[in-house]
Design a protein around this ligand. Structure first.
Ligand SMILES: *Cc1c(COP(=O)(O)O)cnc(C)c1O
Length: 395
């Protein structure tokens, strides 16, 4: 999965361009930047790769989510439906927008279940944020349908799924906007960074302004002459980060090829294990293959297999016990330990996070194991790993 495994001369060259001029800022400095606009170039490429009209980079995937929420008009008091299996950033962004995360069930895609969304829709529901977890997709066309029928905004958290698609269409392009992360462990990394894609000019313009203190970027070379149509913040990416990301993005096809080859070698080898069934992937061709996720018959067996895999040198993730990706361990959310007083604390419709129970998600996550697929594995590494897996299932 991680782009950091293939960091090389291409990244160094892009960074050297920036270091040569010393212009680390994405805006202005036309006289001294020697024609280098790394953030702008990265954005063009991201829009092109995903088939979107617009893209805007931010300082992180979390910043991209916060910016996208604002740009889509989601804010104070709005309820936003999110999955209980995601990285904490998804609900953090919703809370920081002043909105209220409302959790809904997942299915065997490990993403939001479109059939269950309506159970949590109220007259305050404004948006749905499906999260395409671990490199693969939700039943996104069906989620899109629910949103259309109920008049809800669809915003995709595709932070873990750059390069993945559903029926030939990039994840992140099914709703009003989509977000990616380029943090240190994502498919493409630039250290810290994130991106928003959208086909809406209005959403793009608001994102572009919000992430840069409200600047309309119409003042020409003098930033002081820009007007400020909205109040914003600073979620800008630096040219240094963008330079790394640009080089990485140019390697995306290569990354996907390797991931898919490595994943399928292992998946094929596991196909005959009677205890194993695989995560449901609505369009296998569009899987970016960053993880191989599978189900065991019971929670006890899943825990045992995860333990065996670790012991035998084929580490995996048992998400149900993980502090960061599953709601059972989000004690800070349960107790609403907000770092600042947020609008939601004053809300009269705050869900009872402390007593949140998502039975179907629990049933699924208790028996789920994921293995991260690495780019640097050699043929021999993969062979060794397969042997370790086989051994783990015999114990
Ligand atoms: C990584 C991640 C984010 C946040 O990205 P950062 O760049 O680390 O802020 C958001 N959502 C999901 C699902 C992620 O995995």
């Amino acid at each position: 999965m991680p782009g950091f495994e293939i960091f090389g001369d291409e990244e160094r060259k892009e960074v050297a361009d920036v270091l040569e001029t010393g212009v680390l800022f994405r805006y202005g400095f036309e006289g001294t930047r020697n024609g280098h606009f790394k953030a702008l170039e990265f954005e063009k490429k991201l829009a092109e790769i995903t088939g979107s009209n617009y893209s805007h980079l931010c300082s992180s995937g979390t910043a991209a989510l916060c910016t996208a929420l604002t740009a889509c008009g989601i804010g104070a008091g709005d309820e936003v439906i999110v999955p209980p299996f995601t990285f904490v950033a998804t609900f953090e962004a919703v809370l920081n927008a002043g909105a209220i995360p409302v959790f809904s069930e997942i299915d065997e895609t490990l993403c939001l279940d479109p059939d269950r969304i309506k159970e949590v829709i109220t007259d305050r529901t404004k948006a749905v944020i499906p999260v395409h977890m671990c490199g693969s997709m939700a039943r996104i066309d069906e989620i899109k349908d629910v949103c259309r029928k109920k008049g809800l905004i669809l915003l995709e958290d595709a932070c873990q799924s750059l390069g993945a698609s559903y029926q030939g269409k990039a994840l992140g392009t099914f709703g009003l906007a989509g977000c990616f992360s380029f943090d240190a462990v994502k498919t493409v990394t630039c250290g810290e960074g994130g991106g928003i894609i959208t086909d809406s000019k209005a959403v793009y313009e608001k994102a572009d302004q919000f992430a840069d203190h409200g600047h309309d970027h119409l003042g020409g070379p003098d930033r002081g002459a820009d007007d400020h149509p909205i109040i914003g913040t600073n979620y800008r990416i630096s040219e240094l980060s963008a330079a790394v990301g640009l080089a990485q993005l140019n390697k995306l096809d290569q990354i996907l090829d390797i991931q898919r080859k490595n994943k399928f070698a292992i998946k094929d080898a596991m196909a005959d294990l009677p205890e194993v069934s695989f995560r449901y992937i609505p369009d296998a061709k569009g899987d970016s293959a960053t993880f191989l996720s599978f189900f065991l018959p019971t929670q006890d067996r899943a825990r045992q297999i995860a333990k065996n895999l670790a012991k035998n040198g084929a580490g995996s993730v048992y998400w149900y016990d993980n502090n960061w990706h599953y709601y059972k361990k989000w004690h800070h959310l349960a107790q609403m330990k907000c770092s600042a007083r947020l609008a939601v604390e004053l809300s009269d419709n705050l869900p009872d996070y402390k007593n949140l129970v998502l039975k179907d998600a629990d049933t699924i996550m208790k028996k789920t194991i994921s293995m991260q697929i690495m780019l640097s594995w050699t043929k021999a590494d993969i062979e060794k790993r397969i042997q370790a897996i086989m051994k783990s299932f015999k114990e």
